[in-house]
Design a binder for this molecule. Structure first.
Ligand code: PLP
Length: 373
C-alpha cells in the first residue's frame, strides 16, 4: 500500500469500542492485567496512541519494530544508552549540531571513542571504519543545515563489513521521500516534532529498526527506564498531523525546488544548498535515494554573518524562527542559533518551507534581498 493511503487512514484505524474512525486519547496509567485489555500494562512502557504511531512508522519504513519517544533527542539518548565504555562511534561531520553536541557530551562522560568523519566521502568513511572496531555509524539524510546526502546503501555495506550498525536520522526527508532501512540501514531516527507532525505544536521522536534483536530490546528498556515514552495527547496530535504528511511533503518539495532554483539566479547569493538542484554535489545520488521530491529544507549563503542577519530581520511572510516542518515557513541565521563552536558557514540562512503559496514566499525573499542591496 502507498504511504499516502496508510497515512490518510492511519492504517485503517477504527476505535475498538465505538467504531470511530479517529483514535481515542487513552491517558490511563495502568491497565487490567487479565482479559483482553492488558497489552499496555503500565504507561511508562506505552499507550495506545504511541502504539498506533509505531505501527504506522514501522509500515512506512518497512521495518521490523518501531518505538515512539517524547522527543527526537530522547530517541537519540535511547540509542546512546545501548553503548558501553570503550565503544567506538563514527558520526558525520555535518550532523545536526545539537546531536553532535549531545553525542560528544555522552561520549566524554561514558568513555566512548568518538570520531567525526565526512560520511559523504566513502573513502574517509572506509578509513574511519578500518581504523578500529566500531559499534555505530551515525549519519543524517539529508544533513542539517547543508542538506548533504550520504550514500546509504554503500555506507551500510561498509558498516556491516566492519561489524558496525548504521543509524540514519531521516528527519527532514520523512519516510514519504526516503526509506533508509530499504537501503540497508539498521536504525532510522525521526524527530517527529518536524514534518512528521507538520503543525509545529508538539515534540516527539521515533526510532524504526530493521530487526528485532537484543539491541532493540535494550533501546526499549532504555525508554522504559528513562520514562521517555510519547505521552497520549502528543501521540494523538501527531497522528492527526501525520494524516496529511504525503500531501504536505509533495507541496513543500515543489515549493522548495522552485525557490532554490530562483535563489541560484540572485547575484547577492553565494551558494544555494538543496539536493534537488542539478549542481548539488550529491544530486544524482539524491535522485536515486529520494522518491517524489527532495523535501522542504534548503539553505543559502550571503557574503557574511551581518548580511545574513540583516535578511532575517526583514522577513515579512517567512517567520524568523528556528525549527523545521511547521505549516508556516521559517527563516533563520544558523550561526546565531548554533552559537560558539559552530562550524556553520557564517552567512548561511536556513529555510524551512511550509504550506504557503510559493509566490508569496518568493516575493518575500525578493524584498529581503532587495533591501540588503
Ligand atoms: N534530528 C534533526 C535532523 C533535527 O533537526 C532535530 C531538531 O531540530 C532533532 C533531530 C531533534 O529532535 P527533537 O527536537 O524532537 O528532540
Amino acid at each position: 500500500m502507498h504511504a499516502a493511503t496508510i497515512l490518510a487512514q492511519l492504517d485503517h484505524v477504527a476505535d475498538p469500542v465505538t467504531g470511530a474512525l479517529v483514535p481515542a486519547i487513552q491517558p490511563g496509567v495502568t491497565h487490567r492485567r487479565s482479559g483482553d485489555g492488558g497489552a499496555t500494562g503500565y504507561a511508562r512502557s506505552g499507550n495506545s496512541g504511541a502504539a498506533l504511531v509505531e505501527t504506522i512508522l514501522r509500515k512506512l519504513e518497512d521495518g521490523s519494530a518501531a518505538a515512539a519517544f517524547g522527543a527526537g533527542a530522547a530517541a537519540a539518548q535511547a540509542v546512546l544508552a545501548t553503548l558501553r565504555p570503550g565503544d567506538r562511534v563514527l558520526i558525520d561531520t555535518g550532523l545536526y549540531y545539537e546531536f553532535g553536541r549531545i553525542v560528544a557530551a555522552f561520549a566524554a562522560r561514558f568513555g566512548l571513542e568518538l570520531q567525526r568523519v565526512d560520511l559523504c566521502d566513502l573513502d574517509r568513511a572506509a578509513q574511519g571504519l578500518a581504523a578500529a572496531p566500531t559499534r555505530l555509524v551515525w549519519a543524517e539524510c539529508p544533513s542539517n543545515p547543508l542538506w548533504r546526502v550520504p550514500d546509504i546503501a554503500a555506507l551500510s555495506q561498509l558498516a556491516h563489513r566492519h561489524g558496525a550498525r548504521l543509524l540514519v536520522d531521516a528527519t527532514a526527508a520523512t519516510p514519504v521521500l526516503c526509506r533508509p532501512l530499504r537501503m540497508g540501514a539498521d536504525l532510522v531516527l525521526h524527530s517527529a516534532t518536524k514534518y512528521l507532525n507538520g503543525h509545529g505544536d508538539l515534540v516527539a521522536g521515533v526510532l524504526v529498526a530493521a530487526r528485532r534483536d537484543p539491541l532493540w530490546d535494550e533501546i526499549i528498556l532504555a525508554r522504559e527506564t528513562h520514562g521517555s515514552i510519547l505521552p497520549p495527547f502528543e501521540a494523538w496530535l501527531l497522528l492527526r498531523g501525520m494524516r496529511s504528511l504525503a500531501l504536505r511533503m509533495e507541496h513543500v518539495s515543489r515549493t522548495a525546488m522552485a525557490l532554490a532554483s530562483w535563489l541560484t539566479l540572485q547575484p547577492a547569493i553565494r551558494a544555494v544548498h538543496y539536493p534537488g538542484l542539478p549542481r548539488h554535489p550529491q544530486h544524482q545520488l539524491a535522485q536515486r535515494q529520494f522518491e517524489g521530491g527532495f523535501g522542504g529544507m534548503l539553505s543559502f549563503e550571503m557574503e557574511d554573518a551581518a548580511a545574513a542577519a540583516a535578511i532575517c530581520a526583514r522577513a515579512e511572510v517567512f517567520r524568523h524562527s528556528t525549527s523545521l516542518g511547521s505549516p508556516e515557513s521559517l527563516i533563520e541565521h544558523r550561526l546565531s542559533t548554533e552559537g560558539a563552536g559552530s562550524e556553520c558557514p557564517p552567512g548561511l540562512l536556513r529555510l524551512s518551507i511550509g504550506l504557503e503559496h510559493h509566490e508569496d514566499l518568493r516575493e518575500d525573499l525578493r524584498q529581503m534581498l532587495a533591501a540588503a542591496g
